[in-house]
Design a protein around this ligand. Structure first.
Ligand code: KIV
Ligand code: ZN
Length: 521
């Protein structure tokens, strides 16, 4: 291992493992935006996708590879030449490309391709050698390592190192391990496998038992020097290790974990919000570091303590993760310059045209809401669609109450012409969604509908997230409004617009064609 012994590399897989989780699909432009934010915040390696999985993944990885400024750009490949070649094609334009190839080594995973132990060793030797002939930066992972027999794990890690792997990642694919075991496993591998000192060991933990962050940090204690993680802990099932948690834990507890990353922690909040929005996965309120309540002090005793000395109940400063300390709300008299300055403080730099658009929506909101808080402004930004919207909500009137169905009168502009529908439903949202479907017939299935209040008070904006699925394509939409039903209509239409863009631009090829769980020939 050539790097400084106290340096821990941060390998972000939001765009691969995170995006792979059902419903978290991002558009091409969103992937580029998130990759740029990861690069700017100082992530060392970005796993940008799984190039052979789809045309969309390939395009995204290639484009991210071309654009990245300082991060290494990595693509995922199963243990076969076609995957590895496709991956190399996508990452080769990066100044710092990496190929990540893997195969499931535990008894359960070995049974899928039906390989004997010896056959699998041979496959590892061939595929890692092939990858290494293409690229001098090769990461290899024995999937489900934590449930692989110890002797066999040593054997496969040994052959991967001998075949040229430069990073050995030890995945806890099903979130099965526990901190002590995680530390011991890495330490024993480093002590046992010849050549281990010449490579970097990485840890990749899933959160099924809620231990992903603890397991990743323990692995570092055991000698791992690369942590694989995602923003907001996004990922399949219960997700992956959360980037913000490991980075802040290392920063705050440097006294007992003397390791450094090069992540600019002040950029955490902004990227967390963007990932939550584009993936359509809102962050739980009490989520460590990035949850809405992570720095809120409600109880009288806590507030009193905070006023006397912030350290009484605060182990890190909100400013350290990019939350403006004492931010003053904007109001209807605030001008464009104040809005631009506020956006800048929130880590969002916009061009003149975008500012014009946000300003119009800000004024509309300020007319209805006395004080416009940071979260309100971020919610406004989140509700923009890339490209021209073919469908737009013009007006909505709803009559509802006890003793009968709700009635929604919805006017929409569809491809430039106005259309109106009146529909009845089981409550105002149901009636409104029926009206949308009457005006724009579609067979998209509504797989998520979620409402949360952006700020406090009865005039608070509601943020609505909607996820639609159609023929294997997934699109999410968000909107915020002081009227929950209006926000719902706009979020639904936002998601429909994105489905339309996807259908037209990608022609359905953005769907996942292969699953990473089945190592194939
Ligand atoms: O969880 C896992 O095992 C993975 C591998 C592909 C590294 O994501
Ligand atoms: Zn994983």
């Amino acid at each position: 291992m050539t790097q400084d012994a106290s340096r821990v590399l941060i390998f972000d897989t939001t765009l691969r493992d995170g995006e792979q989780s059902p419903g978290a699909t991002m558009t091409h432009n969103e992937k580029l935006e998130i990759a740029e934010l990861l690069d700017e915040m100082g992530v060392d390696i970005i796993e940008a996708g799984f190039p052979i999985a789809s045309e969309g993944d390939f395009r995204a990885v290639s484009e991210i590879a071309k654009r990245s400024k300082s991060a290494q750009i990595c693509g995922l490949a199963r243990a076969n030449f076609a995957d590895i070649d496709r991956c190399w094609e996508a990452v080769r334009n990066s100044a710092r490309p990496r190929i990540h190839t893997f195969i499931g080594t535990s008894p359960l995973h070995r049974a899928i391709p039906n390989l004997t132990k010896d056959e699998m060793v041979e496959r590892i030797e061939q595929t890692v050698t092939h990858a290494r002939n293409l690229c001098d930066n090769v990461q290899w992972s024995p999937m489900d390592a934590t449930r692989t027999e110890w002797d066999y794990l040593c054997r496969v890690v040994d052959v991967a190192i001998k075949s040229g792997a430069t990073t050995i990642n030890i995945p806890d694919t099903v979130g099965y391990t526990a901190p002590k075991e995680s530390a011991d496993l890495i330490k024993r591998l480093i002590d046992t496998v010849p050549g281990a000192a010449d490579v970097i060991f990485a840890t990749h933990c899933h959160n099924d038992l809620g231990m992903a962050t603890a397991n990743a940090l323990a692995a570092v204690e055991g000698g791992a020097r690369q942590i694989e993680c995602t923003i907001n802990g996004l990922g399949e099932r219960a997700g992956n290790t959360a980037l913000e948690e490991v980075v802040m834990a290392l920063k705050v507890r440097g006294d007992i974990m003397p390791f450094q990353t090069k992540v600019d922690t002040k950029k955490i909040m902004h990227i967390s919000r963007r990932v939550a929005t584009v993936a359509g996965f809102p962050v739980q309120f009490n989520k460590a570091i990035v949850g809405k309540n992570a720095f809120a002090h409600e109880s009288g005793i806590h507030q009193d303590g905070m006023l006397k000395n912030k350290e009484t109940f605060e182990i890190m400063r909100p400013e350290d993760v990019g939350l403006a300390g004492t931010s003053l709300p904007l109001g209807k008299h605030s001008g464009r310059a104040a809005l631009r300055a506020k956006l800048h403080d929130l880590g969002v730099d916009v061009g003149d045209n975008q500012l014009k658009d946000i300003f119009v929506r800000f004024k509309e909101l300020a007319d209805r809401k006395k004080e416009v808080y940071d979260d309100d402004i971020l919610a406004l930004i989140s509700a923009t669609t890339e490209g021209e919207d073919r469908l737009q909500v013009v007006s909505l009137k709803v009559i509802c109450g006890t003793g009968g169905p709700a009635e929604a009168t919805l006017e929409m502009e569809i491809d430039g012409s106005d259309k109106t529908a009146i529909c009845y439903g089981d409550g105002p949202v149901d009636a409104t969604f029926k009206a949308v479907r009457e005006l724009h017939p579609n067979k998209a299935h509504l797989s998520l509908y979620q409402v949360s209040a952006v700020t406090e008070g009865t005039d608070a904006q509601a943020t609505v997230s909607v996820r639609l699925e159609e023929d294997g394509m997934v699109a999410t939409g968000q909107s915020a409004d002081t009227d929950t039903v209006v926000a719902s209509a706009k979020a639904y239409v936002h998601a429909l617009n994105r489905l339309i863009v996807r259908r037209e631009k990608i022609g359905g090829s953005d769907t996942k064609e292969v699953s990473y769980k089945s190592p194939a020939e």
